[in-house]
Write a protein that binds this ligand. Structure first.
Ligand SMILES: Nc1ncnc2c1ncn2[C@@H]1O[C@H](COP(=O)(O)OP(=O)(O)OP(=O)(O)O)[C@@H](O)[C@H]1O
Length: 597
C-alpha cells in the first residue's frame, strides 16, 4: 500500500516537474527534441551501413535487404571493384560519425542552456515569491531553510533536468536502435524488447525505495545546514560557557545520521545497477542463443545484431541510471516547489501602482484609526490603536518587553497590514501600492542591526544608490560615526565583516543610523537602534536628529530614560495598547521607559 502511494507520489511530482520544465523550455524544448531525433537518426543510418560494409568485408552474400540497399547506393556502380566500394562506404561511415558528433555537440550545449536557464528561473521565481510574501510570513521562515533551498536544492533540481533530458535522449536512441534491430531480425528484436521492458518494470520498486532514501538524505542535509548555521551563530555563547561540546555532539550526531543515510542510498543504487546489468546480460545472451540455434540468422546480420546489442547497452544503462538519479534528486525540486506554493498562497497582491502618488520629503501626519493586529503564530500584537503622530514630531515609545512596540513600528512603516482599522498618512489610506511608495520614502532602523558583508560605502549607498561621498560624510557626521570611519584603515572602503562583525555593537548602530539618514526621510523609525551607543554619544546623536533641518517625524522606541529626554511626546504601551499618551513627557512615562531597562 505504502509502495503504491510512493509510486503515485513519484509520478505526481515527475508530472509537476515536467509541466514546470515544459513551460520554461518552450521553443528550445522542440529544438532539443529535434537534435535528439537527428542524433539518433544519424547513428541509425551509420548502423545500417555497417551491414553491407560487413558483407563486403566477410564476403557474405546472404545479407538480404542490406545487400540490395548497398547495390543501390551511388558508389556501388563505381568501376573500381570491391576495394573502391569498401573505401567509399568507409568514408561515408566516417562522415556520419563526424556529423553525429556535431549534432551531439549542439544538443549538449542546448541541454546545458536549458538546465541552467531552468535553475535560474526557479531561483528567480522563489526570490520573487519571498519578496511578495508578507513580512509576518517571512519572519516564520528559517534562514537555513531558505539558504539551502536557494543554494543546493535548486542546483540539484538542475541535476534533475540533466537526468531527465539525458534519459529522454537515451530512450530515443534505444528505441531507434531497437527499430533497426526489428529490421534485421523482428523475432530477435521482439524478444530483446520484452526482456528490456520486463527489466525496467522489475526495477521500479527499487527506484521507489531509493527515492525514499534520497528524501531522507535531503532532509538530513537541511538539518545539517540548520545545525551549521546555529553552530556558528551560537559558538561564542557556547565557548563563553564551556558548552561547545554539546554543539559538537549534536553536530556530529547529525553528520553521522547523514552519513548512514548516504551509504544506504549508495547501496540501493548499486543494487539497482547490479540487477539491471544482470538482467540486460541475460537478455543479450538469450537473444544470441535464439539467433544462432532457433532462427538461423545470417552471420553478418548476427554480428550487426550483437553490435547493436552492445551499443544498446550504453543508452539502456544511461536510461536506468538517469531514471534513478532523477528520482533521487526530485525531492529537492519538491522542496523548492512546496515553499513556492506556500508563499504564493500568502502573497500580498501587489497593485501595479504606476499611478500611485509619491510621498514628498515633507513629513505628514500619521493617523491610526482603531488599528489592531494579531501575529498569526501567537495571537498577540496590538489592538484599539487610535492616535495621530503629528508631522515633524519626536515621539518616544516605551513599554515592557512584548508590550507591542515593534508591532506598532511595523504598522507605521507599512511592513505589517492591520487586521482591523486603518493607517492614514497625509490623508491617504496606507494600502496597496501606496504602502510601497511609503516604504520607498521612509527610513527604519530595526532592533536587530543588519549590515552587509561589504564596505561602509556599499552599506551606505544601498539605501541611496546615487548618493555622493559628501552625502555619506554628512550622514556619518549626524550619526557620530565620522571619527570611526576616519580611524579605519580603508576609511569608507573598509569591509565591515559578516553582519558588521568587525565592529562593536555601538559602531554598527551608528553606521545603520547613518544609512537610514542617507534617504533624508520624512519619517525615521528607530527601534532600540541607539541602545548600544554610550549614553553621552547617544545624547549627541539624538540632539542632532532633533534639530535636523528637514525635521522628519521621528519615532524612537527606547528603554533608557536618557534616550527619551528630547522627545516632545511619549506613548506608553502595555499588552498591545497605549496606556499613557503624554504630549509633555512626564516623569511617569519616562520612568516607565527606565523601568524596562
Ligand atoms: N512574528 C511573531 N509571531 C508571533 N508572535 C509575535 C511575533 N512577533 C511578536 N510577537 C508577539 O507579539 C507581542 C508583541 O511583540 P513586540 O515585538 O511588538 O513587542 P515589543 O514591545 O517590541 O517587545 P521588546 O521590547 O521585547 O522588543 C509579543 O507577545 C510577541 O511575543
Amino acid at each position: 500500500m505504502d509502495q503504491d502511494r510512493a509510486g503515485w507520489d513519484l509520478l505526481r511530482s515527475s508530472r509537476d516537474f515536467f509541466v514546470d520544465f515544459r513551460a520554461h523550455a518552450r521553443g528550445d524544448g522542440l529544438r532539443v527534441a529535434a537534435l535528439i531525433v537527428l542524433g539518433a537518426g544519424v547513428e541509425g543510418v551509420g548502423l545500417v551501413l555497417l551491414v553491407p560494409l560487413l558483407g563486403l568485408v566477410i564476403g557474405d552474400a546472404r545479407t538480404g535487404w542490406a545487400v540490395t540497399l548497398a547495390a543501390h547506393l551511388p558508389w556501388s556502380s563505381a568501376d573500381g571493384g570491391p576495394l573502391v566500394r569498401l573505401l567509399s562506404m568507409l568514408a561515408c561511415f566516417a562522415a556520419l560519425v563526424v556529423l553525429r558528433a556535431v549534432v551531439l555537440w549542439h544538443r549538449d550545449v542546448l541541454l546545458a542552456k536549458l538546465r541552467l536557464g531552468f535553475v535560474e528561473e526557479l531561483r528567480g521565481r522563489l526570490v520573487a515569491r519571498l519578496i511578495a510574501a508578507p513580512w509576518t510570513r517571512l519572519a516564520t521562515l528559517s534562514q537555513a531553510r531558505v539558504n539551502h533551498l536557494l543554494g543546493s536544492d535548486i542546483i540539484l533540481t538542475g541535476a534533475c533536468v540533466h537526468f531527465m533530458l539525458q534519459g529522454a535522449a537515451s530512450l530515443f536512441v534505444l528505441m531507434m536502435q531497437w527499430g533497426l534491430a526489428c529490421l534485421f531480425s523482428p523475432a530477435l528484436a521482439a524478444l530483446t524488447g520484452v526482456l528490456l521492458v520486463g527489466a525496467g518494470v522489475a526495477l521500479m520498486p527499487q527506484l521507489i525505495r531509493s527515492r525514499r532514501l534520497a528524501r531522507d538524505v535531503a532532509d538530513a542535509n537541511l538539518h545539517l545546514a540548520t545545525s551549521g548555521a546555529q553552530f556558528l551563530g551560537g559558538l561564542k555563547l557556547a565557548l563563553s560557557q564551556n558548552l561547545q561540546h554539546r554543539f559538537a555532539t549534536e553536530f556530529n550526531d547529525t553528520l553521522h545520521r547523514l552519513l548512514n543515510q548516504q551509504v544506504a542510498l549508495v547501496k540501493e543504487q548499486s543494487k539497482s545497477q547490479l540487477a539491471f546489468t544482470t538482467l540486460a546480460s541475460l537478455a543479450g545472451a538469450a537473444a544470441i542463443v535464439m539467433g544462432v540455434w532457433a532462427l538461423s540468422v545470417p552471420p553478418a546480420v548476427l554480428i550487426v545484431f550483437v553490435l547493436l546489442l552492445a551499443r544498446m547497452s550504453a543508452p539502456a544503462a544511461q536510461l536506468q541510471q538517469g531514471a534513478q538519479q532523477f528520482a533521487n534528486f526530485l525531492p529537492s525540486y519538491e522542496k523548492v516547489r512546496a515553499l513556492g506554493v506556500e508563499l504564493a498562497q500568502d502573497a500580498v497582491v501587489a497593485a501595479d501602482g504606476a499611478d500611485a502618488p509619491h510621498f514628498s520629503a515633507r513629513p505628514q501626519p500619521i493617523r491610526f484609526h482603531q488599528v489592531g493586529y494579531r501575529h498569526p503564530g501567537s495571537g498577540r500584537g496590538v489592538s484599539g490603536l487610535d492616535l495621530t503622530l503629528e508631522a515633524g514630531s519626536f515621539v518616544g515609545i516605551v513599554g515592557a518587553s512584548g508590550a507591542g512596540k515593534t508591532t506598532f513600528a511595523d504598522l507605521i512603516v507599512g511592513l505589517t497590514v492591520p487586521d482591523t482599522g486603518t493607517v492614514i498618512v497625509g490623508g491617504q489610506r496606507l494600502e496597496g501600492a501606496l504602502r510601497r511608495r511609503w516604504a520607498a520614502a521612509i527610513a527604519y532602523a530595526p532592533q536587530e542591526t543588519f549590515l552587509f558583508h561589504d564596505s561602509i560605502r556599499a552599506n551606505l549607498s544601498w539605501a541611496h544608490p546615487t548618493a555622493t561621498e559628501a552625502d555619506m560624510r554628512s550622514a556619518l557626521a549626524l550619526a557620530g560615526a565620522t571619527a570611526l570611519v576616519d580611524r579605519l584603515p580603508q576609511g569608507l572602503d573598509t569591509v565591515v565583516g559578516a553582519e558588521g562583525g568587525l565592529l562593536s555593537g555601538g559602531e554598527r548602530q551608528r553606521l545603520a543610523l547613518a544609512r537610514a539618514l542617507m534617504r533624508r526621510p520624512p519619517l525615521l523609525v528607530l527601534d532600540e537602534s541607539t541602545s548600544a551607543i554610550d549614553i553621552s554619544g547617544e545624547r549627541t546623536v539624538l540632539a542632532s536628529l532633533a534639530s535636523l533641518p528637514w525635521r522628519p517625524t521621528i519615532v524612537l522606541i527606547a528603554h533608557r530614560r536618557e534616550s527619551l529626554a528630547l522627545c516632545d511626546r511619549v506613548l506608553e504601551f502595555a499588552n498591545g495598547r497605549v496606556v499613557a499618551d503624554d504630549p509633555h513627557p512626564s516623569a511617569r512615562a519616562i520612568e516607565a521607559g527606565q523601568a524596562q531597562s
